[in-house]
Design a protein around this ligand. Sequence first.
Ligand code: B12
Ligand code: SF4
Ligand code: SF4
Length: 369
Amino acid sequence: MPSSLVNPAASADLPSRVRDTALGCGFHLAGITPVLDAEHSDDNDARISPELSYFPQWIAEGRAGEMEYLKRRDADGRLLRSSVRVPFPWARSVIVCAVSYNSDQPYSIDSPAVETADKAEQSTPGWIARYAWSGHRQDGGAAAAQLEPTDYHSVIRDRLERLRAELQMQFGDFEARCFVDTGPLVERIYAKYAGLGWQGKNTCLIHESLGSWFFLGVILTSLELPREQWTSPMPDRCGSCTRCIDACPTDALEPYRMEASQCIAYLTIEKRGAIPTELAPKIGRNVFGCDICQEVCPWNNRGNRRAPVTDWPELQTRSELVNPALDWLANLEEGGYRQLFRHSPVERTKYAGLERNVEIARENSRSKR
Ligand code: B12
Ligand code: SF4
Ligand code: SF4
């Protein structure tokens, strides 16, 4: 065995130790699974995930739109995200952590309706997806003071690094790389096999008490996870429900599968240039991302009981981003945009992208009126 591979034989119940350490670092859910393979090959005894074989098919069908980073291949033409072993031959297991970003603010589907009076145009609200509201409450700051924008990528990566350091103290030196979004793997499949939840028909990972308002982050490691310590995936609890599919304004969903090039999150965040004219009217007042297929999900919204709110100080809600007036956003100059969104997820769409989205949202609310 290469020296970088660690066999934690000394550690019966590696999953519990990893989970306890991750919860101690503040994560709300955590687990570990061996590296997954789509199918058995002669030289491996890997854990098999049928979902992994859907990924190349999904790419081949053009569902990724212009998201070129999902289509990257190695020199032999293999999709990087379809097997972690291609870029990281030392990888043996993946630790998956989740952190809630939920807020007690209303859902987009509850946001004030477009008013009929002309004067209401001034304050017609737009919608920014709740994952992008995050800000950091400074110690000792007044509760009402504006929060500093934060980006979940760096917030979670910092905690993952802390977790990695703590695990290396417990298990000795092992290879490890932390990723949030950018790793060569489909995080939700790994989360499923690490026991964090099931992948719902809206394609989100869902946990029975946290709902789906959480981020994922992963640590790729050289820790060997003995077969008897593999966690069983959580059973699918969508049942006969189809609320997410019925509610999607652009028909981007079929059960467990998305046509991402039609999803409002893709159109408003990832897509550069013009948005196809047949899709623009369906975007409604979403100016960055879309939460609809999660808002209607009974696991986020059962009667009066909504999924719990995050306790991370770096993921608190910047109230100015909840239901922001479209006119206010439309009047932002580039400097104002930078000030408001620097170091936040909204930077990804750039000033031109937000301008485009706000213009579409205004047009949609005018035609609704
Ligand atoms: C690209 C991407 C997007 C794209 C595409 C989304 C998608 N469904 O693929 C867009 C821009 C649309 C997007 C939107 C959002 N995203 Co996003 N996104 C990603 C990213 C970077 C890669 C996902 C990916 O590889 N997709 C490829 C497809 C194939 O994977 P998949 O949907 O998981 O697909 C599986 C199933 O569809 C199934 N499958 C596929 N085909 C078939 C066929 C059959 C017959 C069956 C049964 C199954 C099946 O197997 C697939 C895997 O092969 C991940 C981070 C990461 N590195 O994984 C974050 C991630 C998935 N996103 C996240 C978030 C928060 C969002 C948004 C909520 C943001 C927003 N409010 O606007 C929305 C949610 C929309 C939704 N309903 O999923 C979180 C999800 C957390 C969670 N609880 O699930 C992640 C994990 C980021 C993170 N670090 O936390 N995202
Ligand atoms: S995020 Fe919005 S557009 Fe995308 S699948 Fe869900 S409801 Fe449809
Ligand atoms: S809305 Fe229903 S079908 Fe969709 S993910 Fe939630 S439980 Fe599953």
